[in-house]
Ligand binder design. Sequence first.
Ligand code: AMP
Length: 375
Amino acid sequence: MTPSEALPLGATIGILGGGQLGRMSAMAAARLGYRCHIYAPEADSPAMQVSAAATIAGYEDVAALQRFAAEVDVVTYEFENVPAATLAALAGRVPCRPGPRALAICQDRIAEKQFLAEAGVPVAPWRAVHSLAELTAALAEIGLPAVLKTTRLGYDGRGQAVLRTAGDAAEAFARLSPKPLILEAFVPFTAEISAIAARGLDGAVASYDAVENRHRHHILDLSFAPARLPAAAALAARENVARVAVALELVGIVALEMFLLGDGSLLGNEIAPRPHNSGHWTMDACACGQFEQHIRAVAGLPLGPVTRHADAVMRNLVGPEGLAAWPALVARTDVVAHWYGKGEAKPGRKLGHANRLLALGTLAALDDVSACDGL
Ligand code: AMP
């Protein structure tokens, strides 16, 4: 890469989306000498509070999008469900990183599964389902239990149903249709893990250590970094996400959620072409965290070092309980606490997170990482 490909100091990065991922990206961008312009429908969003400029407009507002494109040097996203029309309004006017192909693949579970398999990442058996008859046929092939999911716009366990008996099929189909659906074999995983990779404008790829994720009420609660995995699985997790970054021809950051099976093998589940909640630990336990890495890639800078200098436990601060936990966490000297500046502490709302830092090797030496559950 020639230096001229990197955004000059003082250039403006446009971010679609105003949530915490945009906020932390904008804070990382400021540290590297860039300004951010946030585009989101809501005023006073977490990202706008820390950015130089904001456009408050809908994602379908073509005129506002075109004005935004004229005011920024590059566009990135903090969520993957950016409407195709939004991209069309921006494309050709300003570089979009990641580009439309990566987004299209990650917006659709069927495209995602096909892509993962082609990229060499194994996935659980699956079938596309458009009717109750197709669901019955798919269940006969895949067996029970199985998971029925909407192919688009599902997150945090929404838009899915676990089928335990053949009798569950009709009700689940009625609830989730007429949206296009996918039936997946239920994976008897021993742990849920994820890994994150960045790919720069120059094609360089760097991946972080894989982490183990635990959920509460379908929302990420804790990430343990590093995941306690056999060495081969730890390597495979990083290789998998690096393969995804390369096959997506990504410029930016990508997270791959995976299931760990009893035999140490991994199955790919979901891809997010953006900074990811399970990567928040990198902000404080790595030389260059995921948000800085994302900005580096998008700005055409060389990627930073992914070296982990501590073990970490990341806890999400969610809803009223998260708010109540804040005073004690922000007072601790072994915790780095992050608050997102959201208004009301509604149940289920991610308000902040806390990274507890531990000496390297601490998690591997514990009999049970649950000892760190309370942080
Ligand atoms: P997803 O929206 O695909 O990330 O799914 C949300 C959660 O549902 C995952 O984190 C898993 O705990 C569970 N889940 C999803 N798909 C499967 C599957 N095929 N087998 C077992 N559990 C699953």
